[in-house]
Design a protein around this ligand. Structure first.
Ligand code: 2NL
Length: 439
């Protein structure tokens, strides 16, 4: 039966590929003629495949618009019979299906053999990637009709999900394997004994300095520190050591310039503190730190050692205050049975000056090797602050008085810990240092 279709229904019911083909047929047969376009098709289905019919053609050029009326440049129209064998399109669908199935079979076979996550990923890109083989096959869908497309689309989706599923399963297996490998590799034997941490200790000199600081903080003192490079003024002049004083001999100190030297005592810190306090009282300070003297090192001398100096300034500060303070200091340092004795001495910055001995903590005053049978140990120097020093520090000696003392950290540590050579403190001999762990 011959079916006559109007243009609209014809376009929707005919495969676009068939129309394309009809247009192609026209172009192929109308060379040398004006371009034509199909405006209606009369179709007869000859068999399941081929179609024949009559085309109504008109000129393909654009119509012009004259005074609001659409005018075709020519009234050219032509009716022409046609014949289209569309079985090749059926073949295309069949071909695509076969291609997709072959792709699926190949992909699944290769995926089954994968043992490496990297190769798995490579295969995913190869088959499912943007430039992968599935996309490549689907690109051929452009040649299919509106009815054929969903058919191939469905097949393609099934192929895609089949490949995706295998990849997903494989990925999960690899993930589990990796987790298992890590768990095996990172196994911890909690029954193993722990590794000991190396334990350090406080250097005996720092220990002595901290102990002395603690004792004096307990008596209401503050700790002051200052520069190790000092001016001649603070190191000597302000401490009543005038220009011609023998202690200022170039041979006895490390001079950096005419005016600068490594401090020979921590007293300059005390002078600086006195000046900073601008006459306020009380001054109650402890000044610990490194000091330097030009000396040849031996068992009891070192060019560098540590000093702790103390200074108190106020009204009515007397020798008895000095004596009581130092006795308390010694009792806390060497035990409650410690006693002290004062012997006259000389320091340029104190007047009067004293040497202070403490009763031997080893024999209790009986006499032993440590105290050379005397029962006493020389421990520090002290005195009442010289009026010149008070004045240069900004305190009127007619109103204020004070006491000061100086003690060597090395000497105390050597006595306390029975160390017979001062050089042990500075040579970083582990055998020596380790003995003070945890004391
Ligand atoms: C020692 C003796 C001493 C001082 C240091 C001092 C400081 C000022 C004023 C007065 Cl600002 N004196 N210090 C006083 C007496 C002795 O040290 O044999 N040291 C190792």
């Amino acid at each position: 039966m011959r079916a006559f279709l109007r243009e609209q229904s014809c376009r929707s019911s005919l495969r676009s590929s068939s129309l394309n083909s009809i247009q192609g047929f026209l172009e192929g047969h109308s060379r040398g003629y004006r371009p034509q376009t199909v405006i209606s098709v009369k179709v007869r289905q000859v068999s399941a495949g081929p179609k024949e019919g009559i085309l109504l053609l008109r000129e393909a050029s654009q119509p012009s618009n004259k005074g609001g009326t659409t005018v075709f440049s020519s009234l050219y129209r032509e009716e022409r019979p046609f014949f289209v064998d569309n079985t090749r399109f059926k073949g295309a669908v069949q071909g695509m299906k076969e291609k997709l199935e072959a792709l699926k079979a190949e992909a699944l076979a290769k995926l089954q053999e994968v043992t490496d996550p990297q190769i798995l990923n490579d295969l995913r890109v190869k088959y499912l990637g943007k430039k992968g083989e599935l996309t490549e096959v689907l690109r051929g869908m452009g040649g299919l009709s509106a009815e054929e497309r969903p058919v191939i689309g469905q097949v393609a989706n099934l192929v895609r999900s089949a490949i995706e599923e295998v990849i997903g399963t494989k990925q999960e297996i690899f993930q589990q394997q990796e987790t298992q490998n890590r768990l095996n590799a990172e196994k911890v034997d909690v029954s193993l004994p722990g590794r000991g941490l190396p334990q350090g200790g406080i250097h005996p000199l720092n220990r002595v300095i901290q102990e002395i600081e603690d004792i004096f903080i307990g008596m209401g003192y503050r700790i002051e520190e200052g520069p190790e490079v000092e001016t001649d003024y603070y190191n000597f002049e302000a401490l009543n050591l005038p220009k011609n004083h023998p202690a200022r001999d170039m041979q006895d100190s490390f001079y950096l310039t005419e005016d600068l030297l490594m401090r020979t005592q921590t007293s300059p810190v005390q002078v600086r503190t006195m000046q900073a306090m601008k006459g306020e009282t009380p001054v109650k300070i402890i000044c610990p730190g490194k000091v330097f003297r030009r000396d040849d090192d031996d068992a009891t001398h070192s060019f560098q050692f540590h000093q702790i100096e103390g200074l108190v300034i106020g009204r009515n500060i007397r020798m008895s205050d000095l004596k009581g303070t130092l006795l308390q200091f010694m009792k806390e340092m060497f035990g409650p049975t410690a006693g002290i004795r004062l012997r006259p001495s000389f320091f340029p910055f104190t007047e009067p000056s004293v040497e202070v001995d403490v009763s031997c903590f080893k024999c209790g005053g009986e006499g032993c090797r440590l105290c050379k049978q005397s029962g006493w140990l020389e421990i520090l120097g002290a005195g009442m602050v010289h009026p010149n020093v008070l004045r240069m520090g900004g305190y009127d000696p007619e109103i204020y008085s004070g006491f000061a003392f100086g003690v060597g950290a090395e000497r105390i540590a050597m006595l306390k810990y029975g160390i017979d050579d001062i050089r042990y403190f500075y040579t970083n001999d582990m055998g020596f240092v380790k003995q003070f762990k945890g004391i």
